[in-house]
Design a protein around this ligand. Structure first.
Ligand code: IPE
Ligand code: IPE
Ligand code: MG
Length: 245
């Protein structure tokens, strides 16, 4: 079976899961933290090389203050609780997004998780936190402009590879499969550049209800698809490994 090398996930539906139970939204976020483990276990079992989870978007900072406060606490607790075990299972942990907006305490935990696990190679787990796809493009653009201004780069050297190299996740294969839970069919400013040819899969399942059977359905569906990257089906058939760039 054709297994994705890189899976990118929007973990959505925590709030609605709680609201349906007449509970505060934060209860949904807490339940969602458990689903993260199910997803990581699934990737380890199936030999998926990279998992990128959208945990908190740059726009999510606009949510009510109490929800953000509770999310930060949950984030902190998850870092304290899970990192050693992930390290034991040879998971490399990384974060993408604007760290400056987090507290010093959280930032320090993020750095130490990255340092502790940086030599692991079984699964690269990237947590997108305070991340926005547009912001990612802006930062890459700014980096290029600075290099041009400093005379280290000529404008005509700016090509797709040059942009790509300055975007988040540039050292990984681009996502093969994207999953969004929670029933909405949108990207919500996730990996805009990186998902140009990613296969998209959506489920009504709310994130806290995630189970291995749902993930298996996504993988089964993915295995049936023909990725053409702009070419014809006949061309793809003649060239079994078209690459994933
Ligand atoms: C996703 O669940 C988690 C975060 C965005 C932090 P939501 O909180 O967006 O849940 P819904 O979409 O409101 O149900
Ligand atoms: C996307 O979910 C971001 C995360 C899951 C972290 P949102 O709930 O913020 O997206 P919208 O607002 O429904 O587009
Ligand atoms: Mg949502």
């Amino acid at each position: 079976m054709n297994i994705p090398r890189h899976l990118a996930v929007i973990m959505d539906g925590n709030g609605r899961w709680a609201e349906r139970r007449k509970r505060p939204r934060i209860i949904g976020h807490r339940a969602g933290a458990r689903a993260v483990n199910i997803c990581i276990d699934f990737c380890l079992e199936h030999g998926i090389e990279a998992l990128t989870l959208f945990a908190f978007s740059s726009e999510n900072w606009g949510r009510p203050e109490d929800e953000i406060g509770a999310l930060m606490k949950l984030f902190m607790n998850a870092l304290d609780r899970e990192v050693d075990e992930l390290h034991r299972r040879q998971v490399r942990i990384r974060f993408i997004g604007d760290r400056e907006r987090f507290s010093d305490k959280i930032r320090a935990r993020m750095t130490s998780a990255e340092t502790q696990t940086r030599d692991n190679s079984r699964l690269t787990l990237t947590i997108a936190a305070s991340y926005g796809g547009r912001q990612d493009i802006v930062l890459a653009t700014r980096a290029l402009a600075e290099e041009v201004a400093a005379g280290r780069l000529q404008p005509d050297q700016i090509d797709e590879a040059a942009v790509h190299a300055r975007m988040a996740l540039s050292d990984l294969p681009t996502p093969d499969l994207f999953i969004r839970t929670g029933g909405d069919h949108r990207i919500s400013n996730f990996l805009l550049w990186q998902m140009a040819y990613t296969e998209l899969w959506f489920t009504e399942t709310l994130w806290p209800e995630l189970d291995a059977a749902t993930l298996r359905r996504a993988l089964d569906d993915y295995a049936q698809r023909e990725r053409r990257f702009g070419l014809t089906g006949a061309q793809i058939a003649a060239q079994p490994d078209p690459g994933t760039a």
